[in-house]
Design a protein around this ligand. Structure first.
Ligand code: PMP
Length: 419
């Protein structure tokens, strides 16, 4: 396998963009080597510009639950393009998508469409603060909620591999109202509420953490968060950017049977296009402008092409909910193969991470015990054998409906033979 064209493309890109990429983890910084420059993708495979084809377990970091270039989604998008790319005025498609989200996720009484998970989380927090007239929020160490200033505190994902706990360029004032607790630590949350009674607007949480590798909530943890936020009249926000429409149609909320006050979505909800959403109880969402006094806007928000891709994707999922059993089963098979090799595996549904540590991984501190050099070695073994997993320890492996049994078995064989 050679990567000559990717290397050339990366050399040029590096002169034009920081690190040659438009999002840090893509740069292969923590595993070394040259990022694959993708030419096209179909089903469960991506093909790079050198003509190498890989079974893809990145799935664009989550959106690709149906696999790449699903014919129904592509056809609808092509048709929508002919009618115009953007109007900056309402379309009926926005309401169609909103209704589908509502049907899947009953906690969403009203929502706003935005363009990225970052925007969704930033805006949800602004709404929560505006509604409660409180300033503080709680986030968990190792959870990532996008790159808005106030949330870049002990965030996960690319920030973990680069050992940048906080980002330069964020004035300390922006993060003063962000309180931190270790994931899965009920006492820490309890203490924060006792220290700041009547001051905490919201707790924002990844209901399954997936940006320090996959870390499931301990039994009872999400219920504890539900109860304590209710007690202190604080808002519980589930960041379902990864888990939404992936663990179940109703995301982690349905999967664990916990109803948050607000939720954020990205990735799958846009069917592979730049679209995200935030929403929740009607009375909270009605603080948003022009009804209320909390400002939030977007030129391309609810864009008709992205909205079309989202609608088609959700409709496919809703017509065939057995997808969730299928992707769960395939992921379980892969998890078993890794476990048999002695690796630590965390899995919830079709989200999974393999850790190179003897410890149980329950939070950021235990995730950090994973040997990232060993991860880099593993990553390249997989790549050399035609398997593309996320180029970072602190990301999830995504399994889609397009991963067929033959490719799952091929992956298992490579795990058994080469790891
Ligand atoms: N929340 C979570 C849980 C995420 O995983 C991500 C991105 N991976 C975001 C928010 C931010 O989304 P985006 O990259 O679309 O801004």
């Amino acid at each position: 396998m050679h990567f000559d064209y990717s290397q050339q493309a990366f050399a040029l890109a590096s002169t034009l963009m920081p690190g040659g990429v438009n999002s840090p983890v893509r740069a292969f910084q923590s595993v070394g080597g040259t990022p694959l420059f993708i030419n096209h993708a179909k089903g469960d495979k991506v093909t790079d510009i050198d003509g190498n084809t890989f079974i893809d377990y990145v799935c664009s970091w989550g959106p690709g639950i149906l696999g790449h270039a699903h014919p129904q989604v592509i056809q609808a998008v092509q048709k929508a393009c002919v009618d115009g790319l953007t109007f900056g005025a309402p379309t009926r498609k926005e309401s169609t998508l909103a209704q589908l989200v509502q049907q899947c996720y009953p906690a969403i009484e009203k929502l706003r469409l935005v363009n990225s998970g970052t925007e969704a989380c930033m805006s949800a927090i602004r709404a929560a603060r505006g509604y409660t007239h409180r300033d503080y929020i709680i986030k968990c160490i190792g959870c990532y909620h996008g790159h808005s200033d106030g949330l870049l505190v002990k965030a996960g994902s690319g920030l973990l591999t680069q050992a940048v706990a906080d980002s330069d360029g964020v004035p300390s004032g922006y993060t003063k109202t962000t309180l931190l607790a270790p994931y899965n630590d009920e006492k820490a949350i309890q203490q924060l509420f006792e220290t700041y009674p009547n001051q905490i607007a919201a707790v924002i949480i990844e209901p399954v953490a997936a940006n320090m590798g996959v870390v499931p909530p301990k039994p009872g943890y999400l219920q504890f968060l539900r109860d304590i936020t209710k007690t202190y009249d604080s808002i519980l926000i589930f960041d379902e950017v990864i888990t939404g429409f992936r663990l179940a149609l109703g995301g982690a909320s349905e999967y664990f049977g916990i109803t948050p006050d607000m939720a954020t979505f990205g990735k799958i909800v846009g069917g592979g296009m730049p679209l995200a959403a935030y929403g929740g109880k009607k009375e909270i969402m009605d603080v948003i402008s022009p009804v209320g006094s909390v400002y939030q806007a977007g030129t391309l928000s609810g864009n008709p092409i992205a909205t079309t891709a989202g609608i088609e994707t959700l409709q496919i999922l809703m017509k065939d909910p057995d997808i969730y059993d299928r992707i769960d089963y395939k992921t379980a098979q892969l998890a078993q193969a890794y476990k048999e090799k002695g690796y630590t595996v965390n899995r919830v549904g079709s989200l999974m991470s393999v850790f190179f540590t003897d410890q149980e991984v329950v939070d950021y501190a235990s995730a950090k015990t994973s040997d990232t050099q060993q991860f880099a070695h593993y990553f390249h073994i997989m790549l050399d054998h035609g398997i593309y997993v996320a180029p970072s320890q602190f990301e999830a492996m995504f399994i889609s409906d397009a991963h067929d049994q033959k490719d799952i078995e091929k992956t298992i064989q490579i795990i058994q033979t080469y790891l």
